[in-house]
Design a protein around this ligand. Structure first.
Ligand SMILES: *Cc1c(COP(=O)(O)O)cnc(C)c1O
Length: 457
């Protein structure tokens, strides 16, 4: 068959690498709703956002009309160290599943930080440096973002201050040390270093923390310290813009061999890798040039798109960030402590939320034991030890490939393999020891977290 001529790994030549990021919002008829000022509840101004975020990144955040943003040369040079990432034809997986489906995955784990997060970290560090800042502050949950940002900051000689969700800080000491190796300072969150941290500790003593709460601390630290700004590794539209490099490379690689995907699958935490992967394909769909099925996969224990509400909500527990209209479980929502599989954020990128709301993308939730079963199966068949987050996409890709086996359809399935799982062995251990449960939040619990959502008329 002709398909066998497709190499196991498709790499682009340096000259074929994207020179501009693609802003999907430019092609949307229904644009995502604007960010609102958390005090006035009116659309937030660039001026106000610049107190928290870097100037150029604010511009990217608010621009919904410019389709392409040139990637500065310094960032393209950094990308060359670990990009293009391979687009892999999963021949071994197809054979093992005995499926007629053709499966491809875009592997973003081939860099020291171990995930796609470096694509945006280097861009954000670059703009901070350009602005003449001393450093940046941020939060990290599982640790990938903090690691990526510390790498990016050390490359440009910026100070990097990371608030790490306390349970990860304790469970992942090696992640912490990687960050420190790159010169970052790492504080477990909630901490007593910030006013918002102290307030959260008072309200929830003994809490193991959440992303929303670490965000609040990092934002406060950035606004209090001279020469610092806050940077965020997911959720925002600027992050999705930088991550479009994933989708642009994927599309260029597939186009090279004349392959058109039927279905594109990605895991969704805050939505950046999924948004970046689907961007050029969704753009074609929005312009009526092609059609694809898109599937966002999330955990049953943090079911933002599948059980959340599409409303304005706070992006952080401390309610200091602007309000975004998005699918949300409420900024007070903290997934069960037994949830080890990542993707713990209560909200979702506003662009992806709008696309879901408009029925242009489907969302599914999967349980963490199913996810780890898929992860282990994939590790044994394809060799790569996947991150738990990425394994949500693997699980649904396998489900879809199995459906093709029943129907005999030769669908082309593309999924995002966002990272490696070497620092998640504690979660793998729980799975292997049979100690992993599948906690599904009750309707009452979700209602309760949603009851704190601000009322915007
Ligand atoms: C952060 C992360 C995710 C989820 O973040 P998104 O913004 O939804 O992409 C997924 N996979 C890995 C490996 C991550 O580090």
């Amino acid at each position: 068959m002709a398909s066998k001529e497709i190499p196991y790994k498709i790499y682009l030549e340096e000259s074929q690498m994207p020179k501009a990021w693609y802003n999907l919002r430019a092609d949307m008829k229904n644009k995502p709703a604007p960010l609102l000022d958390s005090e006035t509840k009116k659309p937030i101004t660039a001026e106000k956002l610049q107190n928290v975020f870097c100037k150029e990144l604010v511009k990217q955040e608010l621009d919904e009309n410019t389709a392409y943003f040139e990637i500065p040369e310094a960032i393209r040079n950094f990308y060359k160290m670990y990009r293009p990432s391979p687009l892999v034809r999963a021949y071994c997986l197809e054979e093992k599943l005995k499926t007629p489906a053709k499966i491809y995955y875009k592997f973003e784990g081939n860099n020291t930080s171990g995930s796609h997060k470096l694509n945006s970290a280097i861009a954000q560090a670059y703009y901070a440096k350009e602005q003449g800042l001393v450093g940046v502050t941020t939060e990290t949950g599982a640790g990938q973002w903090g690691t990526a940002l510390s790498m990016a900051c050390s490359y440009f000689g910026l100070d990097c201050k990371v608030y790490m969700v306390k349970c990860s800080y304790e469970q992942k000491p090696f992640r912490r040390e990687v960050m420190r190796t790159y010169g970052a300072s790492v504080t477990p969150s909630p901490s007593t270093e910030t006013a918002v941290g102290r307030k959260i500790l008072e309200k929830h003593p003994g809490t193991t923390g959440s992303l929303g709460c670490a965000i609040s601390e990092a934002v406060e630290a950035a606004t209090v310290k001279e020469g610092y700004r806050y940077v965020l590794g997911s959720v925002l539209n600027q992050v999705m813009l930088h991550q479009s490099v994933i989708g642009l490379e994927t599309k260029a690689a597939l186009d090279m061999y004349g392959v058109k995907p039927d279905m594109i699958i990605g895991c969704a935490g805050g939505g950046s890798n999924l948004g970046g992967l689907i961007a050029p394909f969704m753009g074609e769909k929005l312009r009526g040039e092609a059609d694809y099925e898109f599937i966002a996969v999330e955990p049953v224990s943090c079911p933002t798109l599948t059980r959340g509400k599409y409303v304005y909500d706070y992006c952080d527990t401390g309610m200091v960030c602007p309000l975004a209209k998005m699918y949300t479980l409420g900024s007070d929502y903290i997934p069960a402590a037994s949830h080890a599989g990542g993707l713990r954020y209560h909200g979702m990128n506003s662009t992806l939320s709008q696309l879901c709301y408009d029925g242009l993308m489907e969302a599914r939730s999967v349980s963490q034991t199913e996810v780890f079963e898929a992860a282990e199966f994939f590790a044994r068949v394809e060799g790569i030890l996947p991150a738990p987050e990425s394994s949500h996409a693997i699980k649904v890709a396998i489900d879809e490939a199995n459906k093709c086996k029943e129907t005999g359809e030769e669908k082309v399935i593309v999924f995002g393999l966002t990272g490696t799982g070497y620092f998640d062995m504690y979660a793998y251990e729980k799975f292997h020891d049979g100690k992993m449960d599948n906690y599904i939040p009750t309707d009452e619990e979700i209602e309760k977290a949603l009851s704190n959502i601000p009322v915007i008329e």
